[in-house]
Design a protein around this ligand. Structure first.
Ligand code: PLP
Length: 704
């Protein structure tokens, strides 16, 4: 059982604050933990649960006697309680519904904070930012997912540049999660129905502001050994393991909500992994005597499905023999024979199995892609599911992704915005008018602010490298490659994301001689910081990583390339804020949206990107740089790389190094301002969640 955190009465409220991720997007709350003990805060990895558990009693006692701390504590706690007790918010002020039951939101991953390693990449951060914004707007929602005790992977890079995974098991008692208890006071354990031999899950909860996120953990004694591993890692194992994971997520997740007595008005599926939840909704209705047809009609009318990628590996297809094995007894329960049942998941373009995305698309009245372009790509990709319709009539809409502004804004930038954008800016941050005031920020202040953030990034990277060096865990080569040679004065390009091959992390090395000229320019050097993980089974991704590693260790590139290990939420914060420019060059049309460029732009780090995903609608000619609009057939590596060099040589480098007499690159700062103004409101999670509510939830709430 959880080792209790013992706190003096006067500051007992720190316990609830630590167990609600609300603290993570409120700088004053973060600061409260930090001022309690700076060293312990840092050593805990900015995880207040771990910190409070480990803090010596005398530090807590002296905090109670510290007037300043107590004042700060009272202010933060008052705000926390006020917000948590509030029943109002944007949703209740704008949406009138007869009876408001929550939305059930299902996702295989959630990127909320680096102390909770339940994410692999963009899909997870989208889900995490979604929950935070729903909390801020008062959208009634409960979320369901997995507790992955071994998370995605912790990455280290060998001295020869090959990626390795480090096993690390989450210390459940030091994470901001709590056990959900049953009536008898033990941890709630739920049996996943209709699967034999049975699988059990224990239930945990993360509180995300107002929003509860229930997590299922199969690593409990009552399970057979192979079932204990179902929730061990994200996206691992063979196809049968994957199917069992998805049965637990969709069907087990529905059962967890039932056992908790939570009735939901709608189902929102974040990607196809949890789509079996749809079966459960149908089955429950059929069980009460409703006809299959009526049940499907009702369920469809209240289901929302968001598809996230055109990449085939992102869409699970299960062979029929496995579907028979696991659903043989299930289809009679919803009144279907085998063929009709399997037909629900057939993709006519490739009818070789049960396709989770095809199934979800057909069974949801509200479907969307995650950018304007991805909407169109998805309509083309899935048009054969609706053989009678023209491509533009295919019922897949789009809602462009956005990022949770309070989470992804750098505190120093936030202070600057507090000073210039008026008192209401954070409240109204999805309104473009608010951001017009960015023009009033003095060029010098904005530039110095950014420089300070850049130094913070470089210091962070140096500290990481030093830490590993001291622990003697690495070869000297890794210390060099890991960023110890970074120069704070040089124009710094950032590239960090999953190392999936289509993201083409190595594109900029295509013409190495041309790149070297830019890196080795003595007066106007360029440097590049890379980070990212390849999926453990993706040999191609690992080769790309190794290639970059080898360039980074090659002294003829001037020590201007760094590859920082173990990309996670914390490193993403530092990198998206602290580099000068953010690079993105996936192979079109495979980037559904991309969100890291939004995190950067919002902080005055302009985007240099191919015109795919969100940038196809985000680029306005002044807020960054774009290339690759033409749809070229065949190998486009050469032309795309050349476009990047051209932009760097002709536009970007001269602009960055053109300084006024105070040393401020005023024309560069113009681009920074334009990037903040144009991206912050439109690509905020606030704009996005409001759009989901207005376009989908409001209609779905009315029912069939
Ligand atoms: C935002 C984020 C991503 C998503 O990046 P893309 O631009 O969508 O590729 C991936 N990983 C981390 C850690 C992030 O913070």
């Amino acid at each position: 059982m959880t080792q209790p955190i013992i706190l003096p009465d006067r500051i007992r409220g720190l316990h609830d604050l630590a167990y609600n991720l609300w603290w993570s997007w409120h700088p004053a709350a973060r600061m409260l933990f930090k001022t309690l003990d700076r060293t312990a805060w840092k050593e805990s990895g900015h995880n207040p649960v771990r910190m409070l558990r480990d803090l010596p009693e005398d530090i807590l006692k002296s905090a109670v006697l510290n007037q300043e701390f107590i004042h700060h504590y009272d202010v933060v706690l008052a705000r926390f309680h006020k917000e948590m007790d509030s029943k109002g918010g944007w949703f209740s002020e704008n949406i009138t519904v007869p009876e408001c039951m929550p939305v059930a939101y299902f996702s295989a991953e959630y990127g909320l904070h680096h102390s909770l390693p339940f994410y692999a990449g963009g899909l997870g951060f989208l889900a995490g930012d979604y929950l935070k914004e729903c909390s801020d707007l008062g959208v009634p929602l409960v979320a369901v997912g997995f507790m992955y005790p071994q998370g995605y992977l912790r990455q280290t890079v060998r001295a020869d540049g090959w990626q390795e995974s480090v096993d690390e098991v989450l210390d459940r008692d030091a994470a901001p999660i709590v056990r959900v208890l049953d009536e008898k006071g033990g941890q709630l354990v739920v049996k996943v129905p209709f699967i034999d031999p049975p699988v059990y899950v224990s239930v945990w909860k993360v509180q995300v502001g107002h929003i509860p996120l229930y997590l299922m953990d199969t690593d409990i004694e009552i399970n057979e050994p192979w079932n204990r591993a179902i929730s061990a890692h994200l996206y691992s194992g063979d196809v049968e393991h994957r199917l069992r994971q998805e049965i637990v997520l969709g069907i087990g997740g529905s059962e967890v909500l039932n056992m908790l007595g939570i009735k939901c008005s709608m189902l929102h599926l974040n990607e196809g992994h949890p789509a079996f939840a749809i079966f459960e909704k149908i089955r429950e209705r059929v069980e009460t005597g409703m006809s299959y047809g009526d049940a499907v009609h009702q369920v469809r009318a209240t289901t929302i499905f968001t598809t996230h990628t055109p990449v085939p590996a992102g869409h699970d297809v299960f062979p029929f023999h496995l579907m028979d094995k696991y659903f043989g007894n299930y289809c009679p329960l919803i009144g279907l024979n085998r063929d009709t049942f399997l037909q629900m998941g057939i993709n006519p373009d490739n009818p070789a199995g049960f396709n989770m995305t095809a199934f979800a698309l057909k069974m949801s009245a509200y479907n969307n892609g995650v950018s304007k372009k991805h909407g169109a790509v998805s309509r083309r990709m899935w048009r054969s599911l609706w053989p009678g319709l023209k491509e533009e009539e295919v019922p897949i809409d789009h809602i462009t992704n956005g990022v949770h502004v309070p989470t992804w804004i750098e505190p120093k930038m936030e202070l600057l915005f507090n000073k210039y954008l008026g008192p209401q800016w954070l409240e109204d941050h999805d309104s473009p008018a608010v951001w017009e005031l960015v023009d009033d920020i003095s060029d010098r202040e904005l530039w110095q602010g950014h420089y300070w953030v850049k130094m913070k990034l470089i210091t962070f990277i140096h500290e990481r490298a030093r830490h590993r060096w001291v622990q003697n865990r690495v070869n000297p080569v890794n210390v060099v490659v890991g960023g110890t040679l970074l120069d704070p004065m040089a124009l710094t390009l950032g590239f960090a994301r999953r190392f999936a091959a289509y993201k083409r992390a190595d594109l900029i090395f295509h013409d190495i001689e041309r790149l070297k000229k830019l890196l080795n320019n003595r007066w106007r050097p360029l440097q590049i910081i890379f980070a990212g993980k390849a999926h453990p089974t993706d040999e191609e991704g690992k080769r790309i990583l190794q290639k970059i590693f080898n360039f980074a260790r090659d002294s003829s590139l001037g020590g201007r390339i760094a590859l920082v290990e173990d990309y996670d939420e914390q490193l993403a914060q530092y990198m998206t804020h602290g580099v000068d420019i953010w690079l993105n060059n996936p192979l079109p049309p495979l980037e559904a949206s991309g969100t890291s460029g939004m995190k950067a732009s919002l902080n005055g780090v302009p985007h240099l990107s191919i015109l795919d995903g969100w940038w196809a609608e985000g680029y306005n000619g002044k807020n960054g740089w774009a290339f690759g609009s033409e749809e070229t057939p065949g190998d486009r590596t050469g032309p795309d790389a050349a476009a990047i060099y051209d932009l760097l040589e002709k536009d970007i480098i001269p602009l960055f190094y053109r300084l006024d007499e105070d040393g401020v690159p005023c024309d560069w700062v113009k681009v920074m301002k334009e990037s903040i103004k144009s991206v912050a409101p439109r690509f905020s999670a606030r704009r996005m969640v409001k759009e989901y509510v207005r376009k989908f939830y409001e209609n779905a709430l009315k029912g069939p």
